[in-house]
Design a protein around this ligand. Structure first.
Ligand SMILES: *Cc1c(COP(=O)(O)O)cnc(C)c1O
Length: 375
C-alpha cells in the first residue's frame, strides 16, 4: 500500500534495517568504503553521492511527483543547472517578472556562454507563441510571480512547448510541491529555492531540481557532480529533517494567509492586495493561494512608519520561514531596477510583500492592524 506524502516524509525505508535510530545518522565522511572494487552502485566520494544526499533526493522526488530529485547547494545553482542543460546558441523564453538572481544569471554568465534569454509577459499565451524562434529550446516559468503574484498558465505553456518540441522549466518555490505540482501538469523540470518553504526555518541555503526524463536527469546529474553543485552533507541532513514538518507548516501558513487576506480586504489603510487565492486560473493548477501576499498601504509616504510599528514580522528579505517575513521590494529585491521599471511593475514605496509564517493568525492580524491604525 502506498503511503501519503505526510507519512513518507517521516518514515525512512532504511529505519530498522541500516540503522536503529529515529533519524538517519549524519554520514560526515568524504569517502566511503568500497570492499568490492567494481561495485558501481555503492557510495564512493562525497561530491558524487552520499547517503544523506541520497535520502534527501528521494524525498524531493517524492514531493514533486517526479522520478529523480537532486539537491543543490542553493536555489541559484539549481536554476543554473536547469538552464545549462541547454547548449550555446539556444534561446530560452523567460518570465518578465523573474526572480532577480535568475535575471542576473542570464544577463551575465549565461550570456557569456551564448545562451539567449528573452523575458516576456507570460500571462498572455500569444506572447509566448510569438517569442518562439528557430533556436528556442525551453520556456521557463515562475508562477505566481514576485512580488505581485501574477499567475501563468502552466498547462497552456506546456501545450505550446510540446507542439514546438521545447522543454518547460518551472520555478515552484512560491507554491511548494504541496500547493502546486508542475510535473503532474506536464512540465519537464521543476526547480526550487529550498532556502524558502522547503527548509522553512530560515537557517539553510539549498536548492532542488526534480525531473522525470532520463536524458534530462543525466544532464542535471552531470552538472551537479562535475561542477560540485551538490548540497553539503550536513545541510542535506538538516533539510531532510525540516521536510518532516513541511506539510504542517505549509497548512498553517496558507490558513493564516487566507485570514490575513480577509482582514486586508476590510482595512481601509490598504489599497491593493495581491494574492492568487481567488484567481480561477491559479486554482485550476494549484490547491490554494499559497502563503505569500503583497499589499499596498494607502499613504505610501508612511512605509517606514508602518514597519516601525510592527512587532511580529521579521522585516527583511527572503520568504518561507516559520516566522512571517515582511519585505519592501522597492528598497530590497527590486532596488537594482530603475524607478521607471519599478513603476511599470507596480513596485512603489507603499508596496510590501508578506511571507506568512505559522504564528497565531490573530496575533499577526492585531500587530498589522495596530501598525496600520497608527500611521
Ligand atoms: C530565493 C529564490 C531563488 C534563489 O534561491 P537561493 O536559494 O537564494 O539561491 C530563486 N527563485 C525564487 C522564486 C526565489 O524566491
Amino acid at each position: 500500500m502506498k503511503n501519503s506524502i505526510d507519512t513518507d516524509m517521516i518514515i525512512d525505508s532504511k529505519r530498522g534495517k541500516e540503522y536503529d535510530t529515529a533519524n538517519q545518522p549524519l554520514y560526515y565522511s568524504t569517502a566511503f568504503l568500497r570492499p568490492s572494487l567494481d561495485d558501481e552502485e555503492a557510495h564512493l566520494y562525497v561530491r558524487n553521492s552520499n547517503p544523506n544526499r541520497e535520502k534527501l533526493e528521494e524525498k524531493l522526488a517524492r514531493l514533486e511527483n517526479g522520478k529523480y530529485g537532486f539537491a543543490f547547494n542553493s536555489g541559484m545553482s539549481a536554476i543554473a543547472a536547469a538552464l545549462m542543460t541547454s547548449s550555446p546558441g539556444d534561446h530560452i523564453i523567460m518570465p518578465g517578472d523573474m526572480y532577480g538572481g535568475t535575471y542576473e544569471l542570464g544577463k551575465t554568465i549565461l550570456k557569456r556562454y551564448q545562451l539567449e534569454l528573452t523575458a516576456i509577459d507570460q500571462s498572455d499565451l500569444n506572447n509566448i507563441k510569438n517569442a518562439i524562434t528557430e533556436n528556442t529550446k525551453a520556456i521557463y516559468i515562475e508562477t505566481p510571480s514576485n512580488p505581485t503574484l501574477k499567475v501563468t498558465d502552466i498547462k497552456g505553456i506546456v501545450e505550446i512547448a510540446r507542439k514546438n518540441n521545447l522543454i518547460t522549466i518551472v520555478d515552484n518555490t512560491f507554491m511548494t510541491p504541496l500547493g502546486q505540482s508542475p510535473l503532474s501538469l506536464g512540465a519537464d523540470i521543476v526547480v526550487h529555492s529550498a532556502t524558502k518553504f522547503l527548509g522553512g526555518h530560515s537557517d539553510l541555503l539549498a536548492g532542488a531540481v526534480i525531473v522525470n526524463d532520463e536524458t534530462i536527469k543525466n544532464s542535471i546529474q552531470e552538472l551537479q557532480v562535475v561542477m560540485g553543485m551538490g548540497l553539503g552533507t550536513y545541510d542535506c541532513w538538516t533539510l531532510s529533517q525540516h521536510l518532516k514538518t513541511l506539510s504542517i507548516r505549509w497548512k498553517k501558513s496558507t490558513e493564516n494567509t487566507e485570514k490575513l487576506y480577509t482582514f486586508f480586504k476590510t482595512h481601509e489603510g490598504i489599497t491593493d492586495i495581491y494574492y492568487p487565492g481567488e484567481d480561477q486560473l491559479h486554482l485550476s493548477q494549484a490547491n490554494h493561494g499559497g502563503a505569500v501576499i503583497s499589499f499596498r498601504i494607502k499613504d505610501e509616504s508612511k512605509a517606514q512608519k508602518f514597519v516601525d510599528q510592527l512587532n511580529i514580522p521579521l522585516v527583511s528579505v527572503s520568504l518561507g520561514g516559520v516566522e512571517s517575513i515582511l519585505s519592501h521590494p522597492k528598497t530590497s529585491s527590486h532596488k537594482a531596477l530603475t524607478e521607471e521599471e519599478r513603476q511599470a511593475k507596480g513596485i512603489t514605496e507603499g508596496l510590501f510583500r508578506l511571507s506568512v509564517g505559522i504564528e497565531a493568525a490573530d496575533d499577526l492580524i492585531n500587530d498589522i492592524k495596530h501598525a496600520l491604525d497608527s500611521i
